[in-house]
Design a protein around this ligand. Sequence first.
Ligand code: ZN
Length: 275
Amino acid sequence: MLALYAVFLLALAIILVIALPPLVRLMRRQRLNEQPLPPGWERILREHWRLYPRLPVNVRVQIHQRLKLLMSETRFYGCAGLTVTDDMKLLILAQASLVYQHASLDAPPAVLLYPSAYVRDDEQVDEAGVVTRDRHVMLGESWEQGRVILSWDEIEHDLTSLDGHNLVLHEYAHQVDGESGDMDGAPLFLDPDARRQWQAVMSDAYEHLVASVERGTEPAIDPYAATAPEEFFAVTTEYFFTAPMTLYSTYPAVYEQLRQYYGEETREWFTRCPA
Ligand SMILES: [Zn+2]
């Protein structure tokens, strides 16, 4: 009888250990959802983020909801002596909120923030054991293990310009892309038809861009998009949110795929008066 009781207690303990943390997080998120946006947050977004006044009210409301959650669950690390302020966190995560329309917010990536461009040293060992070292000057990176690396001065520039370049959107698009299991330029689709359509359209446009760059033609969008399918998705995401007219006039079918995926008609944001 005692043994049976012990087994019951052990099973109960295992269930609690597995089920309790997600339950606690769900309850905490529900409380957050019900709370109003903390005072001052909207003023900071309005004053420092040029896109914010162009966003329709319903999009702002969605961003506010995701922002409360991301602010509470994202870990930030200042690098190279940078002190990360709450305003910096807010402005980074508000932009990141745009790409989380359908993607899961279950495990927001940690953010490593540098004051400016940083150097990454890569070391490779070939089959003969010869070590080669490369130095790369980086503005940002997105790692599959849930980590995003960003440079603040690049973000400051992006906040005031709407020209198809946006570091935060780029690196978080890689995170969203990785939800499907691979960072391969195709985010997670539950509908197989939607995924097939996505792959056909994005592959066509990517190959067209690669051919243009190889011919030496100046492309209408950043040629970095031609370096890999995942970069094509990340770069076109930057254009979709910050220069949708350019994307639409160059690759209308890509714009349409992103419109369906993100659920926003971003061209309309740029035809209305900022409010
Ligand atoms: Zn990239």
